[in-house]
Write a protein of this length. Sequence first.
Lengths: 316, 146
Amino acid sequence: MEKVSAEIRDVARKLLEEDKVDLIIGFEKGSLPFRATPCSIRDPKEVERLIWNSGCENNLAVYIPKKKERIGIIAKGCDSRSLMGHVKEKQIEREKLVIIGVPCKGMVDRKKVDRVLDGREALEIEEKSEELILKGHDFEEVVPKGDLLPDSCKTCTHRNPTLFDFMIGDNLDENKEADEFEAINKFEARSSDERWEYFTREANKCIRCYACRNACPLCYCEECCVDNSQPQWFGKSIELTDTQVFHIMRAFHATGRCVDCGACVRACPMDVDLRFLNKKIEKDVRELYSFEAGVDIDQPPPLSTFRPDDQDEFIK
Amino acid sequence: MEERNEASWEPKILAFLCNWCSYAGADLAGISRIQYPPNTRTIRVPCSGRVNPLFILRALQDGVDGILVSGCHPGDCHYLSGNYAARRKFAILDRLFEYIGIEKGRVQFSWVSAAEANRFAEVINEVTDEVRKLGPAKRLVKKKVE
């Protein structure tokens, strides 16, 4: 990890010194153990602040839309796919973006760490290549990193950045065995009543804080349709159907764009299962239009194009 | 929505009809005096591509029992590709609705041209029958504040 951090700093310093970019967006040490916080660096003397570890979970692509400056950005596999989406959707010019790609074996899910800690306070968390050492006042616990992977990392099929200018380290082998849609297939096999009950239960947890929307790199609209009050399409309350409509539309707006980076899930304070809708749409887009978000920069987004022979058995 | 009485319940169906084909088809059905069930309320839209999924969700929230979105046949769109774009959107939406547990048949889509008055009546017949079988909508219906 130290080696990767050092390489990132070198590249960042060079980019700033040679005036190739105006700023670098990366991670610096946060105030809590093992927390990395996004930072922007404009002065080459400050690149020492940049770090890299398995706590660098945020999708930095969220900071990109509508920026006028030339930006150097650190990107994991999923982040680079989001960035490709931004380029496709003309949120930034490719020439203004210098992507420093970092192959990623998966991040650490803080909520899972909290579960392991079970109320104890970790004062220091140390990362070894395959495990995490949690240290507190009177305990020390070694946990394999595999147990702490977020669900979206477990089935990740793009560990290597798909769009980059610099690559830090070597490409990793892609996880070929992961069945991305296993959970979705299982859910589909349940009865309609069970599915509705599950959706109702999950929506009931939601407090409408919109953290999922704010953390999502795709939700960059200047005015979100949820906030719109003329006309007011969305009920603003936490009445069940209002929340359900919000979740349906949130997922629908990400059709063919969501890269399953897991930013919404991480941001959610109520542990709502947000992925189960996004992943379903991702699966349908794959099945119907053979499209995968953030993989091929020349392929148009599925909902902005069509084919005369698109499937239409569902239409009378 | 008025109180529902089980015995005399009639489905309320909202039909989004595109101005150029389905709406004209409905008009032709009318002037040809073709009989079809009076359960649909029509909203005329410029194109099936105009129908935002939000319209559908809002209608369900407000308590309609069924929804029909109808546009021009593929290739016949007045705006050339509006219905193709709509088709992709609705394909995703249709699957998503079923996935979350909205009954199949609650929200339906069709292509009806301006000349297909008989077909329009048939579609309305079918949709009304199917929604009637499903019974009053319960899912996604917003409860009224007492």
